[in-house]
Write a protein that binds this ligand. Structure first.
Ligand SMILES: NC(=O)c1ccc[n+]([C@@H]2O[C@H](COP(=O)([O-])OP(=O)(O)OC[C@H]3O[C@@H](n4cnc5c(N)ncnc54)[C@H](O)[C@@H]3O)[C@@H](O)[C@H]2O)c1
Length: 343
């Protein structure tokens, strides 16, 4: 898939220049219909390094400074999961369009405040559930819409990480939960396919491995969601797989429909890479090719940029974000209480 760029230009800023924020910086600097103006990160040195590499003229450590720049029309917010609300609300109030990294928020109150700010501002808001731009998931949606699979009945979705993610990659793992970090990607896909909201959620989580390491967040979640239309989704996720695995993400997705079946199983992949140091299985869904990012991450961000330029509604709206947040919060509550949560 490649992006068709709408004609025009949007002046762009990125708030939060960590692992994911760097991707937003890179895509905004490459898109022919965006101009990268500024980068903000609490670690100003990090912002400086990325600005030198990708050509932004403003850097700052305080997001209010970036939002005060009249020329900036749109921003990406790529802060840790639990810090999305204040910055996103402030950006919308400052009249900027916002591409907010997933999850929208880690509480329903935060998500409601963000949606209220978006409605009051009339600006664009998209939550970056970028997996919708992965080829297998996008193709399945097309087949469903064309009636080729009949009606979806249930799905099974697994999305796991190795311990590298909560122990070395993220400094803030204890401030989030797997429904916000991983399950939300597959829940968004299931809800997109089923076309309705969750009705009843049961969930189980356990804390053993990460607790022993002093990281206060559950090791895994097993979640069952019954949707309003009768469909069922089973979602499981852990982040305690051994780091000796040759990949960081373990995933599987199955969709059973009245007239069809879809199985997306990227592990193990067949692009093997062995150096003297390590053996790995490389991903096919997104990569850097000839010095440029290709794949779903770039396409999701470019979709938002196109929406800013044309005025079109993004594929994933603030209302989607709020509905998904309600379900994710219910997953955490159901696991903590041991009781079913009815939405
Ligand atoms: N869409 C996806 O597929 C995807 C993939 C990975 C991460 N994410 C999401 O992106 C967000 C960021 O994740 P990450 O992996 O880049 O985390 P990270 O820890 O690598 O980066 C976060 C950055 O935010 C900065 N920061 C923290 N507080 C700040 C503040 N008040 N003002 C300015 N900067 C501040 C930190 O210095 C850090 O550089 C998370 O919400 C995460 O869930 C989405």
């Amino acid at each position: 898939m490649t992006t068709v760029y709408a004609q025009g230009n949007v002046n762009y800023g990125v708030i939060g220049a960590g692992l994911q924020g760097e991707k937003h910086v890179e895509v905004a600097s490459l898109a022919p219909n965006a101009t990268l103006i500024g980068i903000c990160d609490a670690n100003e040195e990090r912002a400086r390094v990325l600005a030198l590499k990708h050509g932004a003229k403003h850097i700052c450590a305080d997001y209010q400074e970036l939002l005060a720049l009249d020329e900036v029309e749109a921003v990406s917010v790529a802060l840790p999961d639990h810090l999305h609300r204040d910055v996103t609300v402030a950006a919308l109030e400052a009249g900027k369009h916002v591409l907010l990294e997933k999850p929208m928020a880690t509480s329903v109150e935060d998500a409601e405040a963000i949606v209220a700010a978006q409605r009051a501002s009339g600006r664009k808001l998209m939550v970056n559930w970028s997996n919708r731009w992965m080829i297998p998931f996008a193709q399945t949606k097309q087949k469903l819409d064309a009636g080729a699979l009949g009606d979806p009945l249930y799905c099974y979705a697994r999305l796991n990480n190795t311990t590298y993610v909560p122990t070395k990659m993220l400094s803030w793992a204890a401030n989030t939960r797997l429904p916000y970090w991983l399950i939300c990607h597959r829940y968004d896909i299931a809800r997109w396919y089923f076309g309705c909201e969750a009705k009843k959620i049961t969930a189980v989580s356990r804390s053993v491995v990460l607790k022993e390491m002093g990281i206060d967040t559950p090791d895994f979640y097993q979640v069952t969601v019954e949707f309003e239309g009768g469909q069922v989704g089973n979602f499981e996720s852990c982040w305690i797989l051994p780091e000796s695995l040759p990949y960081l993400v373990d995933s599987k997705f199955q969709l059973v429909c009245t007239k069809g079946y879809v199985n997306v199983d990227p592990n193990p992949q067949v692009h093997q890479l062995a150096t003297e140091e390590r053996y790995s299985l490389e991903g096919f869904l997104a990569a850097n090719v000839m010095g440029q990012p290709v794949g779903f991450v770039r396409q999701a961000i470019e979709h938002f940029i196109n929406c800013c330029v044309t005025g079109a509604e993004p594929l994933i709206t603030g209302e989607d974000g709020l509905q998904i947040t309600r379900a994710l919060v219910a997953m955490v509550e159901a696991a903590e209480s041991g009781e079913a949560v009815y939405l």
